[in-house]
Design a protein around this ligand. Structure first.
Ligand code: FAD
Length: 496
């Protein structure tokens, strides 16, 4: 007899709603908790999960297993293919172990909701209670409505409602109780569950040894690493966040998106910890940097609420239907140049090379490169969305889709389509000294001064170096690209 908690995108022990509830019920029944983690290679394929992210999850699962073992809780792992078999297999395991209750935290994408719905149905037939919990968002989807009772499609009023809701329901930010230690005899009854090996990544998702080693150091996995990262950020950086967050060379952001995506850190934990270091203990007042940072985590919730309210965004459709008819260019060479960082726009190239090397990209650079793909190259934004998700270690459908929708002007609360980022101005503003460019585009590292932003523009030393080092000329002229974009968008949506 036991209670199951099924770990998915919540690879942590602390502040975990489903796990906490499983433990509470187990205590009431006088039984123990069994953790289950299922590797579903088909899900990883279908969701285009990057090898870096798979590796991060597998490392986190290993650490989770060790931490759970200290509480005498086993983490049973198994690889299941095809993915449609997951619900039945989970229920069969429950029957085998005499389990009547399975908990998990909800994932909100349609495939996952359908799977959970099937589990509720099949579980009911088998007398097994399957209880998915809200945990991934700080404010559960469905809680916020406009004055007219509609869903919000604009961030600012939604954010005000989000803050008001949390101030009115402070328990939403409370830390969920830690799971209890399993009873001492538990290990004797379920011995074989304690020594399950974590399966290796499937071949299509495996990293090479060099990458594995590099990501291991660059992106320490597990919840202890998450707490280390956020603690450092809260003590040293958050106060200046608003002033510094847009400058990629400053490394002034928290770098916790990878932990939010794998669930080694709950978004709720982040908001609560940030609130607690704020002088006012409020979410939207006091220290500017804290307010700003909490506002960014709110964006994460916002895009999840959008996904729940308008699930067609998961089906390759733009949020704004009228943007379906834009006539995109289909230029493979341009797309390749963008992915490889060979566009001739140093800031774009530096950003793409940083993504290819670290599996991460700074937010400002995500906006610049996404806008460049959709507006300068006039390539279908979905190509870029897909490239990002297959390469990011923090790849997350809702945030990625939201970010691409914003940058390509096809999404919810988007950048107006007639606002086209000028990559050179963005570069001068957010990498004024060219520090970030020099790091990632070594061909240009010897250029001194502002020639770094657009080396072929002013001639002289900058041009000489760029030519000598074989740095490409721009693959599309800025002014031409801007005019073409405005015309094509206008024609596509049929209005100014
Ligand atoms: P911080 O600046 O320290 O922010 C704290 C946390 O807030 C982040 O960890 C993240 O969870 C959340 N956050 C911050 N900005 C955003 C945002 N704009 N939208 C949603 N959540 C945000 N974020 C992902 O987690 N996964 C993605 O796949 C992803 N794809 C993106 C694609 C595009 C085109 C754009 C423009 C943005 C994307 N973002 C994505 C959002 C953002 O770029 C990253 O969350 C951020 O760069 C992570 O770095 P950080 O942890 O240092 O962030």
């Amino acid at each position: 007899q036991a209670v199951i908690h099924w770990f998915k995108r919540d690879l942590r022990i602390r502040d975990n709603t489903g796990l906490s509830k499983a433990s509470e019920l187990a205590k009431k029944k006088g039984v123990g908790v069994i953790g289950v983690w299922i590797m579903s290679p088909q899900d990883w394929e279908a969701h285009l999960v990057s090898p870096a992210k798979c590796d991060f999850e597998l490392r986190s699962v290993k650490l989770l297993q060790e931490e759970l073992a200290e509480l005498n809780i086993p983490l049973y792992t198994e690889t299941i293919t095809p993915r449609k078999d997951v619900p039945k297999r989970l229920l069969n395991l429950a029957k085998k172990w005499g389990v009547k209750n399975i908990f998990c935290n909800l994932e909100y994408e349609p495939d996952e909701l359908r799977r959970e719905e099937r589990l509720v149905r099949l579980g009911t037939e088998d007398g097994i209670n399957f209880e998915p919990c809200h945990d991934d968002c700080v404010v559960p989807p469905g809680s916020l409505k406009t004055g007219a009772g509609r869903q919000f499609a604009v961030y600012s009023p939604w954010y005000r409602a989000w803050v008001a809701h949390l101030h009115a329901h402070p328990h939403l930010l409370n830390e969920r109780p830690m799971p209890e230690q399993n009873p001492s005899g538990f290990r004797d009854n379920f011995k074989t569950l304690f020594d399950r090996e974590i399966p290796p990544a499937p071949e299509t998702k495996a990293l090479g040894p060099e990458q594995k080693e590099r990501f291991y150091h660059l992106w320490p996995a597990g919840e202890a690493a998450a707490i280390d990262r956020i603690s450092l950020f809260l003590t040293e950086k958050i106060g200046r966040y608003t002033a510094t967050r847009n400058f990629p060379a400053k490394q002034s952001t928290a770098s916790v998106s990878v932990h939010h995506a794998a669930g080694t850190l709950a978004a709720r934990t982040s908001v609560r910890l940030a609130r607690d270091v704020n002088s006012t203990k409020k979410l939207d007042g006091g220290i500017e940097g804290i307010k700003g940072w909490i506002g960014e985590i709110a964006w994460r919730d916002f895009y999840r609420h959008v996904l729940v309210n308008w699930p067609y965004v998961c089906m390759n459709k733009p949020f704004k239907f009228e943007y379906t008819n834009i006539e995109w260019e289909y230029n493979d060479e341009h797309f390749r140049a963008w992915t490889e960082g060979r566009t001739g726009y140093p800031i774009v190239d530096a950003a793409m090379r940083s993504l290819n090397s670290t599996a991460y990209m700074h937010n400002r650079l995500r906006m610049i490169t996404a806008s460049f793909l959709a507006k300068h190259l006039l390539l279908d934004w979905r190509l870029g969305e897909q490239y990002f998700i297959t390469h990011l270690i923090d790849g997350d459908f809702a945030s990625n889709n939201g970010g691409w929708g914003f940058s390509s002007s096809t999404g919810v609360d988007p950048q107006p389509y007639f606002r086209v980022f000028n990559p050179w101005l963005q570069s001068e503003k957010f990498d004024a000294e060219g520090e970030f460019i020099r790091k990632w585009v070594p061909e240009l590292s010897e250029i001194k001064g502002e020639g770094i932003h657009n080396p072929y523009d002013k001639g002289g030393e900058a041009e000489k170096i760029a030519k000598r080092e074989g740095y490409p000329r721009v693959i599309v002229e800025h002014k031409f690209a801007r005019d073409r974009c405005l015309k094509r968008y206008k024609a596509g949506i049929g209005r100014e």
